[in-house]
Design a protein. Structure first.
Lengths: 427, 427
């Protein structure tokens, strides 16, 4: 039983996504155009009733939506088609072969979204876009000898891109050749350095961002609920989820409920701070929304979601300085979540890319492994925070409830942790 | 014109006209799909999120030598098809001139319209019944689809469907359990899900202890179906067409002789009912494994052409990507009798990547030691990081209690008997 409605909101979306790829000489392009709206009624008990439909013309928007919302939505129906990537792919797809690589795949995603979010008495427009390219090259027939680079671009254009892609292919080819001589991942407890501004940034996203999503906190299912306001790690550690940084990260000016985007500080100098909130979770927790209400499309309801989870840079120097005291450890640049128990903080990740650290120097790449632990122990084991933070934009996205991926990004410096549990797994 | 009204158009002649006007060196397929859905996300003690809508998509797939282009967009007016074809073909074409501004009524028999209030009612009833099992949420979805496909190879098909699905998540100190039921039509029986959820909650709440390792193991459908879904990735024509090893595997002994596998799109107990696939090809009942020997692949148009075999209609379109996917893949039930003393593996705890790669699984399971048909103690959760194919080679017997699982790509299995726990953990 729902209580009386308290507000009605409107969301209009124009989304154009081009997925382009070149795999061993074959070019493919998949383009998805999506225009539609959702009308959501919010009730005092937190219930939401949403109706959605497609839109094709501005005349339909005028007939369906309040005048001020329809007026702002007019530019959504007059947009230029996205540019073609065929020239870029044709110019770059032969480079891998020239470098002696057995297989090369270039995949790109160029996404543009314009949203209009309004209520009865207000309306706002937000333009969002991202352009990500992933390059995979394989040396020989060894399926694990794959080098990978990802490029995140600030604009939709293809000008000057070929040079960047060629450079990425060359770097990936070097890694691919080096991975032929990889050694097995060690098994045991050993110091680990994690590059947070890489694919391995998923570690922070899982350990801190998901458990601090407001709906998880409100349901009492997060291991961090009982630690709110408590110091759980060093004062040199501040982690935030920040949708306002435009540098190679997912960003927006307003969230999908029209709330101004702002950084949610998850860990403030080691103290568990604020949750990631949409209006519904904020209402349940008697807090104010902080601009993290996100949708995967107009067809799906708003949920509180992480965006760009990042750790602020510390003062412990360069990567070389972080590696220097490690006699025998692992430098991790690729982590893929295996399991994360929100209630206890127990986690395990697949180590998808890592190198040995021997006497402070980087060594050979290692084969696949697992990194295990519990979040409180692992965060408490951070002994150094690097001075230079970088950002990384994931190609895969994050899935929650409905299983549709939503773009997320990670950022931060390299961090060093004391003894962590690492295990080799079969290739 | 509302999206629902789009269903009143008979798309086949429209698509046929557009395809006939294509450039002569181009293969072109046009697909139009209307989806109406109603879903509810319900949490104990919180207001529900109810979400309803409808939309029609059109997808144009154009192929010319080593280039492929796919364009998808929502359609609101029939005349918009011309823009779609132009963009996919990437050249001016006369196809648009033959697309009419409107069309005759849709002639296929419509399924019953969805009842928009059913999902929330089902979800609330289920959570009420399971209130003492620590449910975190239930998602109920009802979806009605109408799909029309016309291709330059002569493909011409229409299909409609109605499906109801429930997903349930329980929390425990050992991790989360995610389970569900789905069926074609406007209703789905919830009693099997209630029974499994109660059983899982009892296993997870009971004290765990050491288990007699010499006892035979009975893997219940909720766990055994993971093996089937993993095997489905191996049996996919996508995988076979990429692998030299798999290409020549037809006729070889793959798994235990006690096992036969079918993929039957009209299996009455299955989670889907399909007569054609997403490329408009007839979806046949396929015997994939007979007495342990591989007999066929799951094929779409591209995989069938690559392998030089007859298409059996297993194309699945997700967004603009088309792959091969099973339709009610299952182990054929056997006639094994229930055992008296055994270890029962009945509960799977949530991990993010149960199918770590084709043919391999990485799951966490638990269950009970059963003596004289009565559960004596729970098993400490066990991690199974093994080859699904290797595990299925160790099966001794098959019971007749076949169950399908929507969360496992709709795959199903009856209970499977193994010699002992070592045969399961180290096959």
């Amino acid at each position: 039983v729902t209580t009386a409605s308290t507000s009605t909101s409107f969301f209009v979306e124009a989304s154009d996504v081009v997925h382009y790829a070149s795999k061993n000489g074959t070019l493919t392009s998949r383009t998805e155009h999506d225009r539609g709206y959702a009308i959501t009624t919010a009730f005092a008990d937190g219930a939401r009733h949403q109706r959605w439909a497609a839109l094709s013309t501005h005349a339909e928007a005028v007939a369906t939506l309040p005048g001020h919302v329809a007026q702002h939505a007019e530019p959504l129906f007059d947009r230029a088609p996205p540019p073609s990537a065929n020239d870029l792919l044709a110019r770059t797809s032969t480079v891998g072969r020239e470098l002696g690589m057995q297989a090369i795949e270039i995949r790109g995603r160029l996404a543009q979204q314009v949203v209009v979010v309004g209520a009865r008495d207000r309306c706002a427009v937000d333009h969002r876009e991202h352009h990500v390219i992933a390059v995979d090259v394989r040396a020989g027939d060894d399926s694990a000898a794959v080098g990978r680079r990802e490029i995140t671009l600030p604009s939709r254009g293809f000008e000057g891109l070929a040079e960047l892609v060629v450079a990425a292919i060359r770097e990936a080819a070097e890694d691919a050749r080096a991975k032929i001589d990889r050694v097995p991942c060690p098994t045991g407890t050993l110091p680990v350095v994690i590059a947070l501004g890489s694919d391995a940034g998923a570690w922070l996203h899982e350990l801190l961002a998901h458990p601090l999503e407001g709906d998880v906190v409100a349901a009492g299912m997060s291991y961090l609920t009982r630690h709110r306001g408590q110091q759980i790690c060093g004062e040199n550690i501040t982690v935030m989820d920040d949708p306002t940084r435009a540098d190679r990260s997912v960003s927006y000016a307003i969230d999908d409920e029209g709330c101004a985007a702002r950084s949610a500080i998850l860990l403030d100098r080691g103290v568990v701070a604020e949750p990631i909130l949409d209006a519904r979770a904020a209402h349940a927790l008697r807090l104010q929304p902080n601009g993290h209400g996100r949708r995967t499309s107009h067809r799906r309801p708003v949920l509180c979601r992480a965006t760009h989870t990042m750790m602020l840079a510390g003062s412990d120097g360069t990567l070389e300085q972080l590696l220097q005291p490690v006699a025998d450890g692992l430098f991790v640049t690729g982590l893929s979540p295996r399991h994360m128990d929100l209630a206890t903080g127990a986690f395990s990740f697949y180590i998808t890319e890592a190198r040995q650290i021997a006497h402070g120097q980087l060594g050979a790449f290692v084969g696949p492994g697992l990194l295990r632990g519990t979040a409180i122990d692992a965060l408490g084991a951070i002994t150094a925070v690097g001075s230079v933070a970088t950002n990384w934009f994931g190609m895969l996205g994050c899935r929650k409830l409905d299983g549709v991926p939503l773009a997320v990004s990670f950022g931060g410096p390299p961090i060093r942790l004391g003894a962590q549990r690492v295990e080799a797994v079969r290739e | 014109m509302t999206p629902s009204a789009m269903c009143a158009i008979d798309w086949l002649p429209v698509l046929e006209d557009a395809v006939k006007q294509r450039p002569p060196d181009l293969e072109l397929e046009l697909a139009v799909k209307t989806v109406e859905s109603s879903d509810a996300f319900v949490q104990p003690g919180a207001g529900a999120i109810e979400n309803r809508g409808a939309m029609t998509w059109a997808t144009a797939s154009a192929h010319r030598s080593d280039q492929a282009s796919v364009v998808q967009r929502g359609l609101h007016e029939i005349s918009e098809l011309q823009d779609l074809v132009r963009e996919a073909v990437a050249a001016p074409t006369s196809a648009a001139a033959r697309v009419p501004a409107n069309g005759p009524p849709f002639r296929s028999q419509d399924p019953a319209a969805i009842d928009a209030d059913i999902p929330a009612a089902i979800a609330r009833a289920l959570l009420g019944e399971l209130h003492d099992c620590r449910p975190l949420y239930c998602i109920a979805t009802q979806t009605r689809t109408l799909q029309v496909v016309y291709g330059s190879d002569g493909t011409s098909s229409r299909e409609h469907g109605l499906r109801t699905e429930l997903a349930l998540r329980l929390e425990s100190e050992h991790g989360a359990v995610v389970d569900g039921v789905a069926a074609p039509g406007a209703t789905v029986a919830t009693s099997p899900l209630v029974s499994r959820a109660r059983s899982a909650a009892a296993v997870l709440a009971a004290p765990s202890g050491s288990i007699d390792p010499t006892l035979p193991v009975v893997m219940r459908p909720a766990v055994a179906s993971v093996l089937v879904a993993s095997l489905g990735h191996v049996l996919s024509g996508d995988a076979a067409s990429r692998s030299k090893n798999l290409r020549g595997a037809i006729g070889r002994a793959l798994i235990a002789p006690a096992l036969s596998l079918r993929d039957d799109p009209t299996e009455p107990r299955g989670t889907v009912h399909r007569l054609v696939d997403d490329e408009g090809q007839p979806a046949h009942d396929v015997q994939l494994v007979s007495d342990g020997r591989l007999t066929a692949w799951l094929l779409n148009r591209a995989a069938a052409a690559s392998l030089g075999m007859a298409n059996n209609g297993r194309a699945q379109r997700i967004g603009t990507r088309v792959g091969c996917a099973p339709m009610n893949l299952h182990v054929v039930p056997g006639a094994a009798s229930a055992l008296g003393d055994y270890v029962e593996l009945s509960v799977r705890l949530e991990t993010f990547r149960p199918f770590v790669r084709p043919g391999s699984i990485d799951i966490v399971v638990t269950g009970s030691e059963i003596r004289d048909g009565v559960a004596r103690r729970s098993l400490t959760p066990v991690e199974l990081q093994v080859s699904a194919v290797g595990l299925l080679r160790r099966v001794l017997a098959v019971e007749d209690d076949l169950v399908f699982f929507p969360q496992l790509e709709g795959c199903g299995a009856p209970s499977l008997h193994f010699p002992d726990l070592a045969a399961v953990t180290r096959p």
